[in-house]
Write a protein that binds this ligand. Structure first.
Ligand code: SF4
Length: 248
């Protein structure tokens, strides 16, 4: 019996067909692939004393399945999602941190291309891991979401200047920051805009929120901060439409 080489598999937390809820392509139909595991924990966003804080931890920390690129493509075919790519749906690779699996994800996109599917590929990353040349060639947009000090990670893990510089130099990268308070925007200005000369046109501010109510409560203040700095404002359509439901 043939043994399965786990090195070719990707740990998957979930995959679903929905609409992109955040950033420049918000509102566009998309097939999401959420890989498991992250190199950060963002404890600052969780309840006091909790080792993990981000709103997707509960989802990405589970491994629904370890699948090869071929098995993922078969799964999507059986769900009817491959044809969505022909209709213009995005492929959104998210996590956790998908760059932990960039070798296997490159093979996945290669497999899709071999079948003549060429979706617009977006990758959502915390911008702490350098992409390979091979993976970068498959990505149409890098949605970088660097974590600010309010997320509570050790600075040296969450703020990696060499990697940030790589993304700043890549015209396919935008920067999307989760904002809790005006001091977050001060940090964005000093540690990102000024240090790396990033145009405000490449920066999206998004209210920190895990429920529809929280988003709506914080949105006016964050919208004013965006207006003041010339930044873009990002919605979180998944909260506005489905509130706390996941995989929809
Ligand atoms: S970097 Fe993103 S996925 Fe990872 S723990 Fe922080 S918010 Fe969650």
């Amino acid at each position: 019996m043939a043994t399965r080489d786990l090195g070719h598999t990707i740990p998957i937390a979930e995959s679903f067909y929905s609409i992109q809820g955040e950033g420049p392509t918000a509102g566009t139909p998309a097939v999401f692939l959420r890989t498991s595991h992250c190199n950060l924990t963002c404890p600052g966003w969780g309840p006091p004393g909790s080792p993990h804080g981000c709103d997707t931890t509960a989802v990405w920390s589970r491994v629904h399945a370890r699948l090869t690129p071929d098995e993922i493509v078969e799964w999507w075919e059986s769900e009817g999602w491959l044809r969505r790519f022909s209709e213009g749906a995005l492929l959104v690779l998210t996590g956790g941190e998908p760059l932990l699996w960039q070798r296997q994800l490159s093979a996945l996109v290669e497999r899709l291309r071999a079948l003549f599917y060429r979706p617009y590929v977006e990758v959502e990353t915390n911008a702490t891991i350098l992409p390979t040349v091979r993976f970068d060639a498959f990505v149409d947009r890098w949605n970088c979401s660097p974590k600010l000090s309010s997320a509570g990670n050790p600075r040296e893990k969450a703020y990696v200047p060499d990697v940030l510089e790589w993304f700043v130099d890549n015209s396919r990268a935008i920067f999307k920051f989760v904002v809790q308070s005006p001091s977050d925007v001060d940090e964005i200005e000093s540690d990102f805009v000024k240090r790396f000369s990033i145009s405000p046109m490449r920066i999206w501010l998004m209210p920190e929120s895990t429920t529809r109510r929280e988003f709506l409560d914080k949105a006016p203040e964050v919208a004013e901060l965006a207006k003041a700095g010339g930044y873009r404002f990002s919605p979180r359509l998944q909260l506005l439409i489905w509130n706390q439901a996941t995989g929809v």
